[in-house]
Design a protein around this ligand. Structure first.
Ligand code: 5GP
Ligand code: MG
Ligand code: MG
Length: 184
């Protein structure tokens, strides 16, 4: 879908495809420098991280392997609770590997806290985080996120992997929804 075909569901484009591509190229160069001479395992969390994983992985010069987890986080409505269940675990053993978690967005940080302690207990050689988006709320949690694409306002966003009711994941940009979509 092109930006000119926004349709009635979207209120605005927050980050364009061009801005995402440019930022991922910058981050990829930094990540390459950080893992020089090392093999890197990228771990994505389904389904939101699919787009950022695909584009970041192609922007990296470092040889990478990729693995995926699917988790469900229980909570009321759109808030996550930090209580997490694994729906699909990694296929690979991450012991002694350099692992980079690739995330779509950090909001409360509760999901990521859980993921860090879960993966950390498997004794990787290193464990770092890259996220495309970060909301202000995330600053309250003590998580060291090494690479952040964009700090965004505390608004619900869709596109580039992020959904509302499983829709809008395939938008090539990050946008905000019109109030009527939420029933407003
Ligand atoms: P956290 O545990 O950090 O609060 O929640 C992270 C997860 O909540 C993300 O992986 C994503 O699935 C969902 N989430 C948080 N903020 C947004 C948002 O603005 N838009 C969408 N579509 N999902 C979000
Ligand atoms: Mg995520
Ligand atoms: Mg979702």
């Amino acid at each position: 879908m092109q930006e000119k075909d926004l349709g009635a569901d979207l209120r605005s484009v927050l980050i364009t495809k061009q801005e995402i591509d440019a930022r991922l190229a910058e981050l990829a160069a930094k990540i390459d420098a950080g893992y020089e001479g090392k093999d890197l395992l990228l771990v994505g969390v389904l389904k939101g991280a699919v787009m950022v994983m695909a584009d970041l992985a192609r922007a990296l010069a470092t040889p990478v392997t990729m693995d995926w987890m699917a988790i469900s986080s229980y909570g009321a409505g759109t808030q996550s609770s930090g209580v997490v269940r694994i729906l699909k675990d990694l296929d690979t053993d991450i012991k002694d590997k350099h692992v980079l978690i690739v995330e779509d967005i950090i909001d409360s940080g509760l999901t990521l806290s859980w993921l860090l302690s879960n993966l950390g207990s498997r004794e990787p050689a290193s464990l770092e985080i890259m996220t495309l988006l970060r909301k202000p709320e995330a600053a309250k949690v003590d998580i060291d996120v090494k690479w952040v694409g964009f700090d965004i306002p505390s608004e619900f966003v869709v596109g580039y992997g992020l959904d509302y009711g499983e829709k809008y994941r395939n938008l090539p940009f990050i946008g905000t929804l019109a109030p009527h979509v939420y029933g407003g």
